[in-house]
Design a binder for this molecule. Structure first.
Ligand code: SAM
Length: 398
């Protein structure tokens, strides 16, 4: 059996070349500061206060570099700590930070000891907890490292969108378990050639990592310790370990009402569970969590002092499409949806620049307050469930 540390030392994940930091920044969820603010702090965090952040199981550094770079570019003070078991993953992350001139504290160790490095206002834990021997111990350890008012952005695997992965992991584990990582990889790649087209893995268009790199193949199909969480299991694990859900990065995915009017009278968790099963394509849950019992301020354009941002949409192009009566396309992995907005919302959409507040934008486009409130409501209802509109004062001048 290959241990977790042996696996990630042999194939640091994801595979990254530090020199590429000179040409591009990889962004995503969780742990983009705009998304963190929207999900955890009602879009109203005071970014002049230093953010103490832990990136737990930071790997080769995608979430770490995004967090540190976006804050640095915004001039927002932060003390960021990276923690990972794998020394080779750390070397890649450290080099990426050096190329960018980012100030980060690097530690090699287990997130089970996160409390020794804290407390933290924010914890990122992306793609790690489902690999622990005792995941609940990990959830608890991170909870214990959180400062009052803090929150966590996390990702764990989900079962249905990964259909076909687990039979292959089990088979490879049984027949190749005794081999060192590189031989395992070569043998598994050879065996894949004979896996028939009808295998659920082959007909699952949601899975791409194995084709992207050796580290991706190893992480997806040769992992020795990987358990997915249904949304019900994730929420129950939060309950058992002192956390509560603040918001999913894309709450729209879990909205049963977007799929069917049936089941409207079911409890919220049962509705989310049914939505996950009806979709069948969710491969990861990206969630923000706060301590059990904490109040979660809801970010909304009804608070007109807040600053809207578009993510994954360009304001001018989106405004042009809406003004022409065209829907905005939403791509969700293998699925495409259309989001419709009234033409009257176009000027507001086009004026979103991440710097002006809702009230300031409404004043600029000279809409009367009632029409503005109605259009903002439509924009929020269409975009926020998919993480396409976020509220945060990160880019306001301090
Ligand atoms: C799939 S990678 C994810 C890396 C990174 N968070 C990302 O999303 O790109 C999982 C990482 O978790 C680390 N890891 C696993 N168990 C850990 C533990 N108990 N404490 C700290 N790191 C751990 C592994 O070494 C590996 O680098």
């Amino acid at each position: 059996m290959v241990t977790l540390a042996e696996h990630y030392d042999a194939y640091p994940y994801p595979e990254r070349d530090p020199s590429e930091e000179r040409r591009r920044l990889i962004t995503g969820s969780p742990s983009h500061p705009l998304e963190m603010d929207h999900a955890l702090w009602g879009g109203a965090r005071d970014w002049s206060r230093p953010l103490r952040a832990l990136v737990a199981g930071g790997g080769t550094g995608d979430g770490l570099i995004q967090l540190a770079q976006v804050l640095k570019s915004a001039g927002a003070p932060a003390e960021i700590t990276y923690l990972d078991l794998s020394a080779s993953a750390r070397r890649v992350a450290e080099e990426r930070a050096r190329v960018r001139g980012l100030d980060i504290t690097f530690r090699t160790g287990s997130l089970l000891e996160a409390g020794e490095h804290g407390p933290f206002d924010y914890i990122d834990c992306c793609g790690v907890l489902h690999h622990l021997d005792d995941p609940e111990a990990g959830f608890r350890a991170l909870r214990a490292a959180l400062a009052p008012g803090g929150g966590m952005g996390m990702m764990v695997y989900a079962p249905y969108g990964r259909s076909g992965v687990y039979p292959l992991q089990e088979a490879f584990g049984a027949i190749l378990g005794g081999l060192p990582p590189e031989e395992r990889l070569n043998a598994a790649k050879g065996i894949m050639g004979g896996v028939p087209q009808g295998h659920p893995f082959r007909s699952n268009p949601n899975l791409v990592d194995h084709a992207a790199s050796d580290a991706g193949f190893y992480d997806l199909l040769l992992h020795g310790q990987d358990r997915p969480y249904s949304v019900t299991e994730l929420l129950e694990t939060f309950d058992a370990t002192g956390w509560q859900l603040a918001r999913f990065a894309m709450p729209g995915l879990y909205d049963l009402g977007a799929l069917t009017p049936h089941g409207a009278d079911l409890p919220e968790r049962a509705r989310m569970a049914a939505a996950e099963k009806l979709r069948g394509t969710i491969k990861t849950h990206i969630a923000y969590a706060v301590p059990e019992g904490a109040e979660v301020p809801k970010a909304s354009v009804r608070d007109t002092k807040l600053v809207p941002h578009l993510r994954g949409l360009k304001a001018d192009a989106a405004a042009r499409a809406v003004a022409a009566g065209k829907p905005l396309p939403l791509r969700l992995g293998s699925e495409t949806r259309e989001l419709s907005l009234p033409k009257g919302a176009a000027p507001l959409l086009g004026a979103i620049d991440g710097r002006r507040s809702v009230a300031e934008i409404s004043a600029t486009v000279r809409l009367d307050p009632i029409a503005a409130a109605s259009h903002w409501g439509r924009i929020e209802a269409a975009l926020a469930p998919w993480g396409l509109m976020l509220l945060s004062g990160l880019l306001r001048r301090r």
